[in-house]
Design a protein around this ligand. Structure first.
Ligand code: URA
Length: 236
């Protein structure tokens, strides 16, 4: 193993450790080398670190760490291409997503599909998930405690996915990932660096359902997404 590979591995381990501190209670490294098994205690059960999205979903899909775990119908983990270079992050499941357990399947999701199609992309080119995995009752805004509780899940998903482009759909995703309180007006259409990815901020598609005259902003943002994606593809 090259020195840069082992440094990269150490960095990944350290990052996962800090991201998951609030998710897992205890971390245990079991010798002997060369492959020390990494085990964590997740809600009282011995649980290996997730190596894939499927494994991670199995670990957390019965979560009741916040009150939304009592009111949801389905846990909405995320869907899409696990190899995708583009990951979309929305706010929280709505009524239809709660029914089906799949993100962005309602009207806002259909508009997102349309914006993707206009730039020659589709769901098979992306992975999509939300900041919150459970529906807030009556689609109210997420509460800070819900965001803090769910954030390690999103960060763990992103560390498994390692996207090149992260699209924040709406202010909650932007605030959670960038830690900013700037307005969407100030953030929209701009790119920010985030752990090896470029973050593109766009208004939530639900906003365009309410304000159809502004849809050209969404179209501009998706055109920028397409240009970024092409640049990434051509640079190998
Ligand atoms: N809005 C979101 O932010 N996420 C969904 O999954 C659906 C609507």
């Amino acid at each position: 193993m090259k020195q840069s590979d082992s440094l990269g591995e150490a960095r990944n381990l350290a990052r996962r450790y800090f991201e998951q501190q609030s998710l897992f209670e205890t971390e245990v490294f079991l010798p002997p080398k060369p492959v020390a098994k990494r085990l964590r205690v997740l809600r009282g059960a011995w649980t290996p670190l997730p190596l894939s999205l499927d494994e991670f979903e199995k670990q957390i899909h019965q979560c009741t760490r916040c009150p939304l775990g009592q009111t949801r119908k389905k846990f909405v983990f995320g869907v899409g291409n696990p190899e995708a270079e583009i990951v979309f992050v929305g706010e929280a499941p709505g009524r239809e997503e709660d029914e089906q357990g799949v993100p962005f399947v309602g009207r806002a999701g259909k508009l997102l599909d349309q914006l993707l199609a206009e730039v020659g992309l589709s769901r098979k080119d992306i992975y999509i998930c939300n900041v919150l995995k459970c529906r807030p009752p009556e689609n109210r805004d997420p509460e800070p405690i819900e965001i803090e509780t769910c954030k390690p899940y999103l960060l763990t998903q992103l560390s498994i996915l390692r996207p090149k482009i992260l699209v924040c759909v709406g202010r909650f995703a932007a605030q959670v990932l960038l830690g900013t309180k700037e307005s969407m007006k100030a953030l929209r259409g701009r790119l920010f660096p985030w752990d090896g990815a470029q973050v593109l901020i766009t208004y939530h598609t639900a906003y365009y359902l309410r304000n159809p005259n502004d849809i050209h902003w969404g179209q501009e943002d998706f055109a920028l997404l397409r240009r970024l994606y092409d640049e990434i593809q051509s640079s190998g």
